[in-house]
Design a binder for this molecule. Structure first.
Ligand code: NAD
Length: 423
């Protein structure tokens, strides 16, 4: 199969993931057979599931997915996304990125991802619970602590992970906390997991600033997305003295040149759910916010935000990707040409899966690590991957995304060659 023969995987995000991979594979001279093998996910499951709405007579049938990209490295690992855009191609792209991310971080996992094509913001708590339990039952043969370990992603959170853990545990007859990560601490969740993606991104923004000679205490940032990743990124940047001049969510963008108070925005969102109507700043559109001047632009919401259309107009010094796939290949070329530093998703947002790995280790070994232990291990793993990426980028004259991906792909290719081909 060739990348033009996408069939049921066809989706702009999967095209992007394959194109990024083929670019890196070509530069590193990856073995052709391994290249073709890694271009496609190894296992996929498509399910349709009925769930009863609160109105008892309404039963909706929705699509769900679980995709495992590479089973060579150990169990597979990856989040579960609830969003109306979810399809097989999108989930497969996210699974492929998880493979490179885990390998870059040197974690003993292959990449996976799952999702349900549904708008979670339209569901009551009871509906969310029912859809989660039914989805878990549909994919239960694929997941397990030694097989495939889900985690939260867009539209899901620690409560959803608790229901998933409970559903799995009910089936086997005893508690299995290690089947999922990102669950509440009382169920065996890890300290620091909820905020780990934002924390990891900010650790690497600090490293990038050192690398570029930027004084963070004198700099400004715009954060797109105010969910788990975006709000924590904004919070940790603010703690470092960065002035947050813009934030956004699905409802609006907010701009305040004097700096927004993140704790006030968090209070507002706790009470109103969305940023719209918040008096802390002027309302601007999401598209416009990306193009406002700042030092650090952190896309932490959706894919496909920085494109060939708007990359030329960005006014930042660094793009720090909290979201998966926010930048297209055309935009990458423009950013590189303009000398804008990119902290790519597979590196920048890897804090989440790294602390998920810590959670899985603690659950399987019955350890309880302190928050300081978690954060210092996270810092060590992330800065090490950052250093390897920068050294490779400078040595081989590569953009940072390609350098980070090659770090990951090389490890997977070596593992595949060591295991050999069955039969
Ligand atoms: P979330 O559901 O907690 O938050 C998503 C945020 O994005 C919300 O504020 C929502 O309003 C906003 N949003 C949605 N559509 C938007 C749009 N078109 N424009 C602007 N804002 C929009 O999700 P999250 O967990 O923070 O995930 C965000 C991104 O980070 C995703 O790409 C996800 O794959 C990636 N990511 C998440 C984790 C994690 O640990 N949760 C780890 C790695 C990567």
């Amino acid at each position: 199969m060739t990348p033009t023969d996408l069939r049921e995987f066809d989706d702009p995000m999967f095209r992007l993931a394959q194109a990024q991979f083929l670019k890196a594979a070509g530069i590193m001279g990856l073995d052709e057979n391994i290249c073709e093998r890694l271009l496609w996910p190894q296992r996929t499951m498509v399910v349709t599931l009925p769930f009863r709405q609160d109105d008892y007579h309404e039963v909706e049938t929705v699509f769900g997915y679980r995709v495992q990209h590479v089973l060579t490295m150990g169990p597979t690992k990856g989040g579960i996304r609830y969003h109306e855009s979810v399809n097989l191609g999108e989930v497969s792209a996210l699974a492929m990125w998880m493979t490179w991310k885990c390998a870059l971080m040197q974690l003993p996992f292959g990449g996976a991802k799952g999702g349900v094509c549904i708008d979670p913001t339209s569901l009551s708590r009871a509906e969310l619970q029912r859809v989660t339990r039914r989805y878990t039952m549909e994919i239960i043969s694929m997941i397990g602590p030694d097989k495939d370990i889900p985690a939260p992603d867009m539209g899901t959170n620690e409560q959803v992970m608790a229901w998933l853990m409970d559903t799995y545990s009910q089936q086997v007859g005893y508690a299995v906390p290690e089947v999922v990560t990102g669950k509440p601490v009382v169920l065996g969740g890890s300290l620091g997991r909820t905020e780990a993606t934002g924390r990891g991104l900010v650790y690497l923004i600090q490293e990038s600033a050192k690398h570029l000679g930027i004084d963070l205490s004198q700099s400004t940032a715009i954060v797109q997305g105010f969910g788990n990743v975006g709000s924590n990124t904004a919070r940790f940047l603010e703690e470092l003295g960065v002035r947050i001049v813009g934030v956004s969510d699905v409802s609006t963008g907010l701009w305040n040149e004097n700096g927004l108070s993140i704790s006030s925005l968090l209070d507002w969102v706790r009470n109103h759910k969305i940023l719209k109507g918040c008096p802390s700043g002027d309302e601007v559109s999401n598209a416009e916010l990306l193009e406002r001047p700042c030092d650090i632009l952190a896309p932490c919401a959706m894919q496909n935000q920085i494109t060939g259309e708007n990359a030329q107009r960005l006014q930042c010094r660094m793009v720090a990707e909290g979201a998966n796939g926010p930048t297209t290949l055309e935009a990458d070329a423009i950013l590189n040409e303009r000398g804008i530093f990119v902290l790519p998703d597979v590196l920048g947002n890897a804090g989440g899966v790294t602390v998920s790995y810590f959670e899985w280790v603690q659950d399987t070994q019955n350890y309880m690590w302190t928050l300081d232990e978690i954060n210092s291990r996270l810092h060590g793993i992330m800065t090490n991957a950052f250093r390897r990426t920068i050294i490779r980028a400078e040595r081989d004259k590569l953009d940072t995304r390609t350098a980070a991906m090659i770090e990951g792909i090389e490890r997977v290719a070596q593992a595949k060659l060591s295991r050999g081909l069955f039969p």
